[in-house]
Write a protein that binds this ligand. Structure first.
Ligand code: FAD
Ligand code: DHB
Length: 395
């Protein structure tokens, strides 16, 4: 089989890149190890930056998003029992849209169905070859048949645990990493959100957040220790923690049937390059952030927007944007890393093992920081600018 761009991974990054290439008339094949149903069942991100919405709109992939997405003009920051609104719209005239990653992926998949795109789900033995040559290929097995796809380029859109980053020779890539001493316990619940906009709360017991997926589905998170098992968290214990950490006078958190619960570790990771020979990395394959601030999915979308534009230029005769891709994407990524780390550090209590004195100092300085951020228009504007999404270079 022959194509121009072989994409590995059918998460949001791989599926979106396919649409950008299709729009420019560039051939592609997508090879994915999981089933379509499995990918659609993974509960992950929920907030789209305005820049991400714009990318989807530029491809005409926003009709369901416009119907079902919830446009939010701001967020609430909560600490010391008080809730403060950060009004993005009033501050910088930008907004975010609450629309689940599963919904984004479903929209992208349905649009690929309509195009009849070559997407090989449930592939095994996926192996890119010849990435240090101009004639790379990908081997895989699908439905018992062995395939080799010859391509001009390979794109690793295969997430943090994928194969593509691992085949870059060790001497050509460095990893920058930070592990956080806490994790997020997340639930989905069949209950109307108890808030109009997302609440990020610092409490002495730990961080808590109230998000949503629709007018009848709430998404809530609790900071827990990284070693915790979900089996030790009954629904009653989770709701208890949420009431304590999110509660303020005169407000009620409504409970509902919990339909999904899981614990996710928190980690920062950035690869030193997103390019090696004829291989390019996008999304979680190249970098991950702790979830506070909702940047993972958005960073995948901004990478893909830049790489899609670079491929389009390349096949129109301009090679320069492709040579700039890795640097441009990493420059934006490091700003995103800084923001995610800043939000995470501001809103989480010390992890296990911290002394009482360190724990108390951290908490008091966080209260000072939150007082500053909510009280200073300069700080609020900075938060608003980063939360709603920094510009995407080269578009
Ligand atoms: P992925 O979505 O990981 O897609 C990669 C795809 O590649 C997968 O379908 C995988 O099956 C496939 N693949 C892997 N290896 C191979 C292989 N060898 N061959 C073929 N295919 C392969 N972000 C937020 O902003 N907010 C959140 O609340 C949030 N919650 C998260 C919760 C969890 C549990 C996780 C893991 C991530 C979360 N994220 C969140 C991050 C966000 O979901 C990711 O940044 C986003 O999914 C990145 O998209 P991607 O397409 O790059 O990678
Ligand atoms: C969600 C996740 C986040 O990490 C965040 O900062 C906001 C919302 C969510 O899953 O809805």
């Amino acid at each position: 089989m022959r194509t121009t761009v072989a994409i590995i991974g059918a998460g949001p990054a791989g599926l979106l890149l396919g649409h950008l290439l299709e729009k420019s008339g560039i051939d592609f094949v997508i090879v994915e190890q999981r089933s379509r149903e499995y990918i659609l069942s993974r509960v992950r991100a929920g907030v789209l930056e305005q820049s991400s919405v714009d990318v989807l709109a530029s491809l005409g992939l926003d009709s369901r998003l416009r119907e079902a997405g919830l446009v939010h003009d701001g967020i609430y920051l909560q600490y010391a029992g008080t809730r403060h609104r950060i009004d993005f719209k009033a501050l910088i005239d930008r907004t975010v849209t609450v629309y689940g990653q599963q919904q984004v992926v479903n929209d992208l998949m349905l649009a690929h169905d309509a195009l009849g795109s070559a997407v090989y789900f449930e592939s095994s033995g996926v192996l890119p070859r010849g990435i240090d040559t101009p004639h790379p290929s990908v081997d895989f097995v699908n439905d018992g048949v062995e395939f080799t796809v010859d391509a001009d380029f390979i794109v690793g859109a295969d997430g943090f645990h994928g194969v593509c980053r691992t085949i870059i020779p060790a001497g050509a890539i460095t990893s920058y990493e930070r592990d956080f001493p806490f994790a997020w316990l997340g639930i989905l619940a069949n209950v109307a959100p108890s808030t109009d906009e997302l609440i990020y709360a610092l409490h002495e017991d730990g961080f808590a957040m109230h998000s949503m997926r629709s007018p009848s589905v709430s998404r809530l998170y609790l900071q827990v220790d990284p070693g915790e098992s979900i089996d030790d968290w009954s629904d009653a214990r989770i709701w208890d923690g949420l009431h304590t950490r999110l509660g303020v006078d005169g407000w009620t958190l409504h409970e509902g049937e919990v339909t999904e619960k899981s614990i996710t570790p928190m980690r920062s990771f950035v690869a030193s390059t997103l390019e090696y020979g004829s291989l390019y990395l996008v999304g979680d394959a190249g970098h991950i952030v702790p979830p506070t601030g909702a940047k993972g999915l958005n960073a995948a979308i901004s990478d893909v927007a830049m790489l899609g534009a670079a491929f389009t230029a390349f096949f129109a005769g301009d090679r320069v944007p492709l040579t700039l891709y890795s640097d441009r994407a990493l420059r934006r990524q490091w700003k995103t890393q800084y923001f995610s780390q800043w939000m995470t550090d501001m809103l989480h209590t010390s992890g296990p093992g911290a002394s009482d004195a360190d724990r108390a100092f951290r908490h008091m300085s966080q209260l000072g920081q939150l007082d500053y951020v909510t009280g200073s228009e300069h700080a609020r504007r900075g938060l608003a600018e980063q939360y709603t999404g920094l510009p995407i270079e080269g578009l």
